[in-house]
Design a protein around this ligand. Structure first.
Ligand SMILES: [Zn+2]
Length: 256
């Protein structure tokens, strides 16, 4: 039993909050007196807390980190339980927060992506390998369920991205034949994009269809080339189709 210094009633120990600064580990005033006091002095207490937090920033940070480290499992369970119970309100809150802070979030994400380029690349490659089959299945299911949408999307994409399509088609051929090196360097990607740009430019200036082609065919009869920066040429489509998978000693401009 303990006597409350405020109401002066003798009460059981469980009627007092725990306190780390008193000799018996309990507050000197009982729970109900404390609650009345806190309600009456809301602003004063809030200001006091703010000032304390400002003056003890590092101490609090350290304490929080230590607490989180020591209680990781319990905290995880609590937050999981909370998330499950408040799934709808959390969704709404996140949506609202995103709308309010769109531009800040965009800049943050951009900075994170630039700072962690290699890490992200590594993660993506691992996740791609891990979910290859699953992703393929869900993509194919989506396309089957949205035939019309896919058709019109693809048509618009082809019209808007003639250069990108050239990159895709040359890459597709290479991956089909498994002639893409496991690591594509920045130079490879840059040269491929530039080659596709050149093909489109030549189509505009010189007319006819132009392809990005592999100098050494990806599946030649004697030698097989790689899909990389050093094995690309922009050639007329007619030359590319005639050449097929033969290795031709004369470049395309000698034939024309
Ligand atoms: Zn009391």
């Amino acid at each position: 039993m303990k006597t409350c210094t405020k109401c002066e009633y003798k009460k059981d120990a469980c009627e007092f909050n725990n306190s780390s600064s008193t000799y018996d580990g309990l507050y000197s005033i009982c729970k109900s007196c404390r609650s009345v006091y806190r309600k009456a002095n809301k602003e004063l207490i809030a200001n006091g807390n703010k000032a304390y937090a400002k003056a003890n920033k590092d101490k609090i940070k350290e304490y929080k980190a230590k607490y989180q480290q020591e209680n990781r499992l319990t905290l995880n369970l609590i937050s999981k339980d909370y998330n499950e119970k408040n799934i709808d309100s959390l969704k709404e809150y996140k949506k609202e927060y995103y709308q309010k802070n769109k531009s800040t979030i965009y800049l943050k994400v951009k900075k994170y992506k630039t700072d962690n380029k290699d890490y992200i690349k590594d993660c993506c490659a691992r996740s791609y390998q891990k979910n290859k089959e699953k992703n393929r299945e869900s993509r194919s299911l989506y396309h089957r369920l949205h035939v019309e949408h896919t058709k019109s999307y693809n048509k618009a994409y082809r019209i808007n991205n003639p250069n990108l399509l050239k990159v895709h088609s040359v890459r597709r051929r290479a991956s089909k034949l498994e002639r893409t090196p496991t690591i594509m360097t920045e130079l490879d990607l840059f040269v491929m994009q530039e080659a596709a740009n050149l093909a489109t430019l030549r189509e505009q200036v010189m007319g006819g269809k132009w392809h990005v082609d592999h100098v050494e065919p990806l599946q030649g009869k004697t030698v097989s080339g790689l899909h990389n920066a050093f094995n690309l040429a922009v050639v007329p489509a007619t030359y590319n189709l005639r050449k097929s998978n033969r290795q031709v000693s004369e470049p395309w401009y000698m034939e024309c």
